[in-house]
Design a protein around this ligand. Structure first.
Ligand SMILES: [Zn+2]
Length: 344
């Protein structure tokens, strides 16, 4: 069972200075994969830069040229959260290209599954603008590419980053070929992702939001994965599963207030992997989004690879949250989402 790893040192050249989304995130992951001997179990996949044509599958012309121009002028802040360096445009092309290459490797059967360890992340980037540390929407472009290049009709995107993937939702809001499901802290940045955002027109029902209260941990995530994510995926019958893998729901992550452990991420990945095996010949592509506690991020990415490789010994060096606050009761939320999406 081959598992692909997309990585290239070019991803370190998106220089964000003291920003929380910086190159040390990928350095921490790669060094942990090397030190634990896991990297040598993976099949390397070299990314290429995406093309203007591929970017246009999701993004408007003005947005693409704006990012290019800001880079040419030496970089700078695009909004209060999002910064670029002179190399960021080129790096962002490689980030999109990396997720596309991972998707190709899975679709062509070169690997069973793959994880693209890329930055900048993508899920907040809308067709028109960069935001939330994201320049181009890596996963959305890869999904459009797979629909166009492989003649697919149904792709399932699951986004477990702690923030709602507003950009991905927007890209596919009216597109019935993509089921977008997101678990996220709510209300929280970027403000979207309520349960009544369900898709437009003939795509009604193909956006499924699971806005979770702060303090949600392993048990709550497992509950919504079992009761909502899995049945929604089974009903949709995807031909490919893409994952916006953000590890900022970890209890040690300071950007949010969730209580997921490394073991909790491993259980979510196991459910996703089983869905891929049951529904689409195991075709599964992960793309890195957030995750800002370096120890938690590196251990969680390694645990993800362990599950994909079928390794049963999952290390959780940080363990469960040391000061577990009361678990929220999701009964009413789950009931409401099941009703809205007719998952009863
Ligand atoms: Zn995030």
């Amino acid at each position: 069972m081959k598992v692909g790893l997309v990585y290239d040192p070019i991803y370190l050249k998106h220089d964000t200075g003291q920003h929380v989304e910086n190159a040390s995130r990928l350095e921490a992951i790669i060094s942990h994969l090397e030190q634990t001997g896991l990297k040598q179990q993976l099949t390397p996949i070299n990314p290429h830069p995406t093309t203007a044509e591929e970017l246009s599958l999701v993004h408007h012309e003005q947005h693409i040229s704006h990012i290019q121009e800001v880079a040419q002028k030496g970089g700078g802040w695009l909004d209060a959260d999002t910064i670029m360096s002179p190399n960021s445009y080129e790096v962002a092309l490689y980030a999109v290209g990396g997720v596309i290459k991972a998707t190709e490797a899975v679709m062509n059967g070169e690997v069973a599954s793959a994880f693209a360890l890329v930055r900048p992340p993508g899920h907040h980037a809308t067709p028109q603008q960069a935001m939330g540390f994201c320049l181009f929407n890596n996963v959305a472009i890869a999904a459009k590419y797979a629909l166009a290049s492989y003649g697919l009709e149904r792709i399932f995107i699951i986004d477990f980053d702690v923030h709602h993937g507003n950009g991905t939702q927007e890209a596919f809001y009216d597109n019935p070929q993509v089921l977008y499901v997101s678990t996220h802290l709510y209300p929280f940045y970027p403000g979207t992702g309520d349960i009544d955002e369900t898709g437009g027109g003939e795509a009604e029902g193909t956006t499924l939001n699971i806005p979770l209260p702060s303090g949600s941990g392993d048990a709550e995530y497992e509950q919504v994965f079992a009761q909502i994510v899995a049945p929604a995926a089974k009903r949709f019958k995807p031909q490919l599963i893409l994952v916006s893998a953000g590890y900022d729901p970890h209890w040690a992550d300071e950007l949010a207030m969730m209580q997921v452990s490394v073991s909790g991420f491993a259980r979510m990945v196991k459910i996703i992997n089983e869905l891929a095996e049951e529904l689409c010949n195991g075709r599964l592509v992960f793309s890195l989004e957030g995750g800002y506690n370096l120890t938690a991020l590196a251990a969680s990415v390694k645990a993800t690879f362990d599950v994909l490789l079928g390794n049963t010994n999952i290390e959780d060096p940080l363990g469960p949250p040391p000061h577990r606050i009361a678990a929220p009761d999701l009964t009413h939320l789950i009931k409401a989402i099941k009703e809205i999406h007719a998952l009863l």
